[in-house]
Design a protein. Structure first.
Length: 182
């Protein structure tokens, strides 16, 4: 398995998504995009917690992430994407949008099939593999939610413009703005 970030592949995957789903405006409605994939389902931590009578801590321990995760069933070719709606920081719409876009990146970049994993756990991969998968999913989310070409067309001037147009958190919009300036 290569651990070199596939920038062209990620860009092509995001561009295909824009074209195939006829995405033509910002902010991206990530929940609507998710609904277009018949083999993907979004589930909140709170729903999972109630269904299995778990505490917040147990849910986070179970998934190995306080943000979100994706579980893949290869036999059925189905993905369940879980996101944290319990924590004040992670449940904000901008943060949740980023988490869901990041998890969609794992799916569309075939991370779970490449690694032959049902879930991407830090302890199930080498640090190099884990960092590579996370970097690719973050790149995917950034191109989907705040694409530099679209930012240019929107004539953005600072990270506040990105927050406004793309509905990203202050932290994510600052990263996107720094990337945009490059």
């Amino acid at each position: 398995m290569t651990t070199k970030i596939r920038y062209s592949y990620i860009k092509s995957t995001v561009n295909s998504l824009f074209i195939n789903l006829k995405i033509s405006s910002y902010p991206i409605d990530i929940t609507n995009i998710f609904s277009k994939f018949q083999n993907c389902r979004l589930v909140s931590y709170s729903r999972h917690m109630k269904k299995y009578n778990l505490s917040e801590k147990e849910v986070i321990l179970h998934f190995g992430s306080d943000e979100g995760c994706t579980i893949y069933n290869a036999k059925m070719n189905r993905y369940l994407v879980f996101y944290n709606d319990l924590n004040d920081y992670y449940k904000t719409p901008p943060r949740r949008r980023w988490t869901v876009a990041h998890e969609l990146g794992h799916i569309l970049l075939n991370h779970l099939t490449i690694t032959n994993k049902v879930q991407i756990f830090r302890n199930g991969l080498t640090d190099t593999e884990y960092n590579w998968l996370e970097a690719e999913a973050n790149r995917f989310a950034s191109l989907l939610l705040a694409n530099p070409i679209i930012l240019y067309k929107l004539n953005i001037k600072n990270n506040i413009d990105i927050m406004k147009f793309c509905k990203l958190s202050e932290e994510a919009s600052q990263y996107r703005y720094n990337d945009y300036l490059k």
